[in-house]
Design a protein around this ligand. Structure first.
Ligand code: ADP
Ligand code: MG
Length: 270
């Protein structure tokens, strides 16, 4: 290719922001020449590469901004370990139709059954599909709103939770009881998102116990009313995945002990 054309191409591709295309142009042109590609195949390949790189950069950035504490996927979830969980219901959620319909997802169950894992996995899927997602624990959410309130900036902070994401994941509802003022923050948040954008909430408490967490029956009823109106509730009743090795050892111990004598439990970090 004449040097002048090469320079102009580089310049124009740079101005258009087609960074990947610019980087790969020489090697793809080489290959196209060697393999006698049609012009249309050459163009197709160049734009495909550019788009694929942009797409993976977009997903990477979205995942960084979403605040997930770790990356979890549905592929790495062992459904066999949690037979009370209906795989088809999770697959339906993974279709992300609930996001389009502005519905909520509530994941309930004791510690370790995979509530956070599933909430993150659905969030990751939503990120990959181009939805804006934000993850927070209820504790952090309340702390941030309280601090903003003290600084006279509650309205702005509340807006970041109500208007900035198509999906807000609020993890660990119920670990700490809320004061009336804190419960009122949650009410404002749930009301503002009601029928406008989706929430995923995880909780180790059943709905009847929410009165205690929220410290006020009236506010608990008002929150639950809006949360549950258009919602998918998955109650997971099973064993903790964190304790699976220890539970196996504990379950096998009496039998093994009877056959072989004392057993030393293998330690496992969870
Ligand atoms: P919860 O939020 O219900 O307390 P987590 O989702 O934090 O539980 O799960 C605890 C740990 O066990 C995490 O590392 C999670 O990835 C893993 N885990 C839980 N359930 C499963 C499962 N069925 N298959 C694979 N990993 C699981
Ligand atoms: Mg959790």
């Amino acid at each position: 290719m004449p040097e002048l054309v090469r320079q102009r191409l580089d310049h124009n591709l740079g101005r258009l922001g087609l960074v990947t295309l610019k980087e790969q142009l020489d090697s793809v042109l080489d290959q196209a020449q060697k393999e006698s590609w049609a012009y249309s195949d050459l163009l197709d390949r160049l734009f495909e590469e550019e788009l694929a790189t942009r797409e993976s950069r977009r997903v990477r950035n979205a995942l960084k901004l979403s605040g997930f504490p770790a990356l979890r996927t549905l592929d790495s979830f062992d459904f066999a370990f949690q037979p009370s969980l209906d795989k088809a219901s999770v697959a339906e959620l993974a279709s992300l139709r609930f996001l389009e319909k502005k519905e909520n997802v509530l994941l309930l169950g004791p510690p370790g059954v995979g509530k956070t894992h599933l909430a993150i996995a659905l969030g990751v899927k939503a990120c990959q599909c181009g939805f804006s997602v934000y993850f927070t624990t209820l504790d952090d959410l309340i702390k941030n709103l309280t601090a903003a309130d003290a600084a006279g900036k509650l309205k702005q902070k509340m807006r970041t939770y109500t208007h900035k994401s198509a999906l807000l994941v609020v993890d660990e509802v119920g670990y700490l009881p809320l004061s009336r003022k804190e419960a009122n923050y949650l009410f404002q948040l749930v009301s503002a998102r009601y029928e406008k954008s989706s929430l995923i909430l995880t909780s180790n408490k059943s709905f009847t116990e929410w009165n205690e967490i929220l410290g006020d029956e009236v506010i608990a009823a008002a929150i639950l009313d809006r949360l549950l109106h258009h919602s998918h509730v998955l109650s997971i009743r099973g064993q903790s995945y964190r304790l699976r090795d220890k539970l196996n050892v504990a379950l096998q111990a009496p039998l093994t002990a009877a056959l072989e004598g004392p057993v030393i439990a293998k330690g496992g970090h969870s």
